[in-house]
Design a protein around this ligand. Structure first.
Ligand code: PLP
Length: 540
């Protein structure tokens, strides 16, 4: 099967375009290829890549053309170069606009042989693949990574294993605001979209912070404070000793720092307040005042950084290194894996609580991603506890910040270009976490994107549910997993690829409630309190 990695309509429009161009392309006096409809303009993005393999296509009418490709990705490859009979490169150049593309010669004009350009079937196919993969973020991809279905790396299997997850729950039991979050059944929505059941784990109620992030950052800070106390006191220190003067005295000397879009920083600040450490939280210019104030409420120093999330990560690292602070990041990079691993370990109660409550394990799980941490923690822990019987796991990215989908497409973690901001503010990440990618490459089954409208529509849909289902407050990034499910069932080929049927039992996570209530009300047209009140009214 040929994987276009794009919408069917788009692939078909490319086929049509190539068919037409194949008939009427010729050279103009500048050796640009032109069509009958006039010269195709030159403002094109040049695609090239050092990692080229070669695929010789001998079936080409007198032209010894080579189609270069990524050696390890046959057919789903990106054509980057064609060569003419003097073995000079003919660049394939593409433009961002969906429907216009051009093949342009890069070699000097007097070296180019004249003559009509004849497209072979192979070339057309490969060109389609190229255009399909290069022109737009794929909506849906099956995992074709070579690590797919291999065992988790030993480090990750331990981080997300039984023993570790049990420990996290024990840590949680010492927190006074600890309570399992609700697992909500949506039977009427399930009926409407043709699956047996949908359960939504509502993390809007987690530890009074409004998002699942409450679990990770604070847990890592507590663990680090205990480890520091063990080092200084020269003996094991249990979480039950956290309130003792001895441990508090050690924690008081520590400063933890991180960059954040909002939710993670709030969790780190809460953890620091809990153990009595200082927190320095770096926020970029896109973080709303409301979210910033919510962090400062935990006594953290909030530092505004001009620029993007990436700029705030860099600034946090620079200042922390200078001042000897401990970075507690939810994303990982080469040489910095352990603490983000702890953050991800902190998310495992989501899965444990859900599995305890569900009548049967799910057959399908859809989880949204920023740097991929929560998706990897959920997928990884499910793989450890359910083994071969694990559900089909789909990672859902925002179309405008699809770093996980783009990494799946490339076959390795990639940094993507900054584009327009997305309404899914907490998912606006441009580079995957290294640890998260290592896990997802093995245990995620598929990757997909949802667009702005779909994210907004799911918020409204959850606030005004199918009659009989409870209303749910889902923030801008909260319902994205469910938006992925709704989109998947509406596209026959995606639904089939995921094996979604009337007997499917789906689990999704509402990763946040209204963490920015004003923004929530603007989008949904009701305050979070009004949405919750609708359930109470129904119950009476
Ligand atoms: C509400 C919400 N959902 C999902 C995510 C994505 O988590 P991750 O970055 O671990 O993929 C975040 C990250 O901040 C978040 O705040």
């Amino acid at each position: 099967m040929l994987d276009f990695g794009c919408r069917r309509e788009f692939a078909l429009s490319v086929v049509d375009l190539i068919r037409r161009l194949a008939n009427d392309l010729d050279f103009d006096e500048d050796r640009n290829w032109v069509s009958e409809r006039g010269r195709i303009d030159d403002s094109h993005v040049r695609l090239n890549d050092a990692r080229l393999g070669h695929l010789l296509d001998p079936a080409l009418d007198g032209w010894s053309r080579q189609v270069d490709r990524f050696a390890d990705r046959p057919l789903r490859c990106q054509i980057v170069l064609l060569k003419d009979r003097q073995n000079l490169p003919v660049e394939v150049v593409e433009r961002n606009a969906r429907q216009s593309f051009i093949h342009r010669r890069s070699c000097t004009r007097n070296k180019i042989a004249n003559g009509p350009i004849i497209f072979s079937a192979n070339f057309v196919l490969l060109a389609i693949c190229f255009l399909a993969t290069a022109n737009e973020v794929p909506m849906f991809l099956i995992n074709t990574n070579c690590a797919y279905k291999s065992a988790l790396d030993q480090r990750d299997a331990e981080t997300l294993g039984f023993a570790a997850a049990k420990d996290v729950e024990r840590f949680l039991s010492y927190r006074k605001d600890n309570a399992e979050t609700p697992l909500v059944a949506l039977p009427n929505l399930a009926r409407e979209i043709g699956v047996a059941s949908i359960h939504l784990k509502d993390e809007g109620y987690r530890l009074g912070l409004g998002s699942f992030k409450a679990l990770g950052g604070s847990y890592a800070v507590i663990r680090l404070a205990l480890e520091e106390a063990e080092r200084r006191l020269g003996r094991p220190v249990d979480v039950s000793e956290l309130p003792t003067a001895e441990v508090a005295a050690v924690a008081r000397t520590m400063t933890v720092a991180c960059a954040t879009d909002g939710n993670h920083g709030r969790s780190v600040a809460q953890g620091a307040q809990l153990v009595g450490a200082r927190a320095a939280i770096f926020v970029h210019s896109g973080v709303s005042d409301e979210r910033t104030a919510a962090i400062a409420r935990f006594g953290a120093d909030v530092i505004r950084v001009d620029g993007t999330y990436d700029d705030s990560v860099q600034e946090a690292s620079r200042v922390a290194a200078e001042r000897g602070w401990t970075i507690v990041s939810d994303t990982s990079w080469p040489g910095y894996e352990r603490i983000p691993g702890l953050v991800m370990q902190g998310y495992t109660p989501i899965v444990r609580e859900a599995l305890r409550k569900l009548p049967e394990p799910p057959t399908h799980v859809f989880v949204q991603s920023g740097v991929g941490g929560v998706a990897a923690a959920v997928a990884g822990h499910l793989a450890v506890v359910l083994g071969e019987g694990r559900p089909i796991f789909t990672v859902v990215d925002p179309e405008r910040a699809a770093c996980i989908v783009e990494s799946a497409k490339a076959g390795h973690p990639v940094r993507i270009q900054h584009g327009e901001p997305t309404v899914m503010a907490m998912l606006e990440c441009y580079q995957p976490s290294l640890v998260a990618w290592r896990i997802l490459a093995r245990v995620a089954d598929a990757f997909m994107t949802v667009d702005e409208e779909e994210a907004i529509s799911v918020m409204t849909r959850l606030a005004w549910p199918v009659s009989g289902d409870p209303a749910i407050v889902a923030g801008e990034s909260g319902g994205v997993g469910l938006a992925g499910l709704i989109k998947a069932v509406s596209e026959a080929d995606v639904k089939a690829a995921l094996g979604i049927s009337p007997s499917s039992r789906v689990l999704v996570i509402n990763t946040e409630g209204a963490t920015d209530p004003a923004r929530y009300e603007e989008i949904v047209g009701m305050s979070p309190a009004q949405v919750v009140a609708r359930n109470l009214e129904k119950a009476q």
